[in-house]
Design a protein around this ligand. Structure first.
Ligand code: ATP
Ligand code: MG
Length: 195
C-alpha cells in the first residue's frame, strides 16, 4: 500500500497574499514533511461592508501568482464558488468527496484560532477528520503541548507583515514593494486595489 499523502489546508482571506503567508506555509510544509499545501481563499460575504476589499476572482489570481513555482503549493477555489464564509467542516467534507479521502489532512491554524477551536462548527467531528498544525510565532502565548493526539505544534519565524497593513499602506499611497511577491504587486497596481 502506498503511504498516505500528507496535505496541509491553509485558509485565509488573502486580501492580498503576502510574504508572511508564504513563509508560514513553507515552514509548515518543511517541518511536517507535507506533500502538498492547499491554499484556500475564503468566500466573499454577500454584502461588501466588512468583507474582503478585492473580489474573489482577483484574490484567486493573486494567490495563484504568489504560489507559482512552488510544486507543493496548490490553490483550491471551492470556498469562493459559494457566496459567504464557509465552515471548515463543510470544506473538509467537500475535499474528502473530491479526491482527498485517502490523504492525511492537516489544518493550519494560528495559536489564537486554536484557543477558540471549541467554538467551531462540529469541532469534534472536525478533529476526527483532520490533524491540526498549530503555528505560533515565538513569544506568542498559548501553543499546545507537544504530544497531544492529532496536534502538531509548528514554530514559525515572526514576520511582521499583514494584509491589513498592506491595505493601509495603499490608502496612504505608501510602498508595498517586497512585502508581497512581484506578481502580486503588479496585480495590486494594475487593478488599483485598496486605494
Ligand atoms: P488581515 O490583516 O486582513 O487580518 P492577514 O495578513 O492576517 O490579514 P489572512 O488572509 O487573514 O491574512 O491570513 C490567513 C492566515 O495566515 C491566518 O491563519 C493568519 O494568522 C496567517 N498569517 C497572516 N499573516 C501572517 C504572518 N505574517 N506570519 C504568519 N502567519 C500569518
Ligand atoms: Mg488576520
Amino acid at each position: 500500500m502506498t503511504p498516505k499523502r500528507r496535505v496541509g489546508l491553509f485558509g485565509g482571506t488573502f486580501d492580498p497574499p503576502h510574504l508572511g503567508h508564504l513563509i508560514a506555509a513553507e515552514t509548515v510544509c518543511e517541518t511536517l514533511g507535507l506533500d502538498e499545501v492547499l491554499w484556500i481563499p475564503a468566500g466573499s460575504p454577500p454584502h461588501r461592508a466588512a468583507g474582503p476589499c478585492a473580489s474573489a476572482p482577483v484574490r484567486l489570481r493573486m494567490v495563484a501568482t504568489a504560489i507559482q513555482g512552488n510544486p507543493a503549493f496548490r490553490i483550491w477555489a471551492g470556498e469562493t464558488e459559494r457566496e459567504g464564509p464557509s465552515y471548515t467542516i463543510d470544506t473538509v467534507r467537500t475535499l474528502r468527496a473530491q479526491g482527498y479521502a485517502e490523504d492525511s489532512l492537516s489544518l493550519i491554524v494560528g495559536a489564537d484560532q486554536f484557543q477558540v477551536f471549541s467554538t467551531w462548527k462540529e469541532h469534534g467531528t472536525l478533529r476526527e477528520l483532520v490533524r491540526l498544525a498549530v503555528v505560533s510565532r515565538d513569544g506568542e502565548g498559548g501553543p499546545p503541548e507537544a504530544g497531544e493526539a492529532g496536534i502538531d505544534p509548528v514554530p514559525i519565524p515572526r514576520i511582521d507583515i499583514s494584509s491589513s497593513d498592506i491595505r493601509r499602506r495603499r490608502r496612504e499611497r505608501r510602498s508595498i514593494r517586497y512585502l508581497v511577491p512581484e506578481g502580486v504587486h503588479r496585480i495590486v497596481e494594475d487593478e488599483d486595489l485598496y486605494v
